[in-house]
Write a protein that binds this ligand. Structure first.
Ligand SMILES: Cc1cc2nc3c(=O)[nH]c(=O)nc-3n(C[C@H](O)[C@H](O)[C@H](O)COP(=O)(O)O)c2cc1C
Length: 409
């Protein structure tokens, strides 16, 4: 059963989080394996004569959302609904809420948001929609709400709200992560440490395709001075950041920049009958001998790691080793798909060593080389040979690892 959290975050303005922990979901966006689950966070603020709702929950949890909301307020009393991003994991419950509200509330979002809401839920939902301009301020319930667009974090519709007097940033997907942390905020460092890898995985899989916009948009928010002075960052997924509000954006920036963890080398390969495996054991041994820390993901007839987990390991790796067999004159399908996603979502300037095995005519190595040469990654070496590696092959593999290490020095 999904856990529901309703907690008061502030007395003045009166501010609540409504969070549901989605433990039923298996594949976010019908693609990314997330055994760690995800939360949907909505926020409710009572200020002066206004009751403002920031985002909602996924449509699947509409009933739970309305029940939870009714504990805090009669839905008819909601005066404003801010929709930062219309992806249905945040907007799904809004149509039913508007109905319960008697369509009294003003919806606030970007022009794109208006278009998308109408496309998803019909004309009636946007009858009372105010489309903001970037940087526009509105006085609501005695407070100043500034709306700032952050396009492509990760849809064109995306914006954040800054409540000027209280220095609060409502950031929706920006600053979010996977996982169902055992707290609502960052006050417990142990919870934060467990949560941050889920943030990395979230950023790469969900926003990674647009990763240059992560850096650009955070730069934009910093230049407005609101990141440094923020008292709290309140995302649409995961933890609220109030002990150290800037930390989540610093983490996002580090992911955007691909800031490496010293010595971490991501090793990913397939092996159907053990020939690539034999090569990779040599590679891993050589990496360890040289003081590096290989993080290994293998696709075999017994294991198939989640590609989402592999993606989450890329940003802070210093280098990558890809091992692949040739399969029907192609790269093995598991590595082909993994590589395709890495190049699309986690494309960084990092060195790559390619290792291949084939039966009669090796093409996997060459095909990976071509893909790497068209990406930001740097090709260090390709070591590919037939079947069982010979002594000579073994020496070439060790030499390849040494070249990788020299590259890192
Ligand atoms: C389904 C299948 C398709 C294969 N296709 C090719 C191929 O097109 N060209 C080739 O040279 N070898 C091919 N091979 C042979 C493998 O690439 C070779 O045995 C390699 O050493 C496998 O390494 P592994 O046991 O680590 O997967 C194929 C093997 C299988 C099982």
């Amino acid at each position: 059963m999904p856990r529901i959290w309703v907690e008061k975050i502030l007395d003045e303005p009166e501010l609540y989080i409504m969070r549901i922990d989605d433990d039923r979901i298996r594949y976010f966006e019908a693609t990314w394996d997330i055994p760690e689950g995800i939360t949907y966070n909505a926020y409710l603020m009572k200020t002066g004569d206004a009751v403002v709702l920031f985002d909602a929950w996924k449509g699947e949890y509409t009933e739970e959302f309305l029940e939870t909301l009714k504990k805090l307020v009669d839905p008819k009393e909601i005066t404003h609904i801010v929709t930062h991003h219309t992806e249905p994991d945040h907007s799904g419950a809004i149509p039913a809420l508007l109905e319960a509200n008697g369509y009294r509330a003003k919806l606030i979002g970007t022009t794109f948001a208006k278009r998308f809401m109408e496309g998803f839920y019909g004309k009636k939902v946007v009858e009372n929609f105010h489309a903001i301009k970037d940087g526009e301020e509105m006085r609501i319930g005695g407070r100043t709400f500034r709306f700032i667009t952050v396009p492509w974090l990760h849809w064109p519709d995306t914006m954040i709200t800054y409540v000027v007097e209280d220095k609060l940033i409502f950031s929706c997907d920006a600053g979010g992560g996977y996982g169902m942390p055992d707290a609502i905020d960052d006050s417990d460092e142990k919870v934060v440490q467990e949560y941050l890898p889920h943030v990395t995985k979230y950023v790469v899989t969900v926003i990674g395709h647009y990763h240059k916009y992560i850096v650009q948009n955070i730069k934009k928010l910093r230049s407005l001075g609101i990141v440094e002075e923020a008292r709290m960052i309140l995302p649409g997924h995961g933890l609220i950041w109030r002990r150290s509000p800037t930390r989540i954006f610093e983490h996002y920036e580090a992911i955007g920049a691909g800031k490496p963890t010293k010595g971490k080398v991501l090793v990913v390969y397939d092996s159907m009958y053990g020939f690539v495996e034999k090569r990779m054991r040599i590679v891993i041994e050589e990496l360890k001998k040289n003081g590096l820390n290989p993080v290994v993901y293998r696709f075999t007839d017994k294991e198939a790691p989640a590609v989402s987990d592999v993606l989450g390991e890329v940003p802070d790796s210093e280098a990558i080793v890809i091992g692949a067999s040739t399969y029907e004159a192609e790269i093995h399908p598991r590595i082909r798909y993994t590589l395709y996603e890495v190049l699309d979502k986690a494309n960084y300037e990092k060195p790559v060593l390619i290792v291949g095995a084939f039966g009669w005519a090796g093409v996997a190595g060459k095909k990976i080389e071509t893909l790497i040469s068209r990406s930001k990654f740097d090709l260090v070496d390709t070591v590919e040979s037939r079947g069982m590696p010979t002594k000579e092959d073994e020496e070439k593999l060790r030499e390849g690892v040494r070249k990788l290490i020299t590259w890192l020095a």
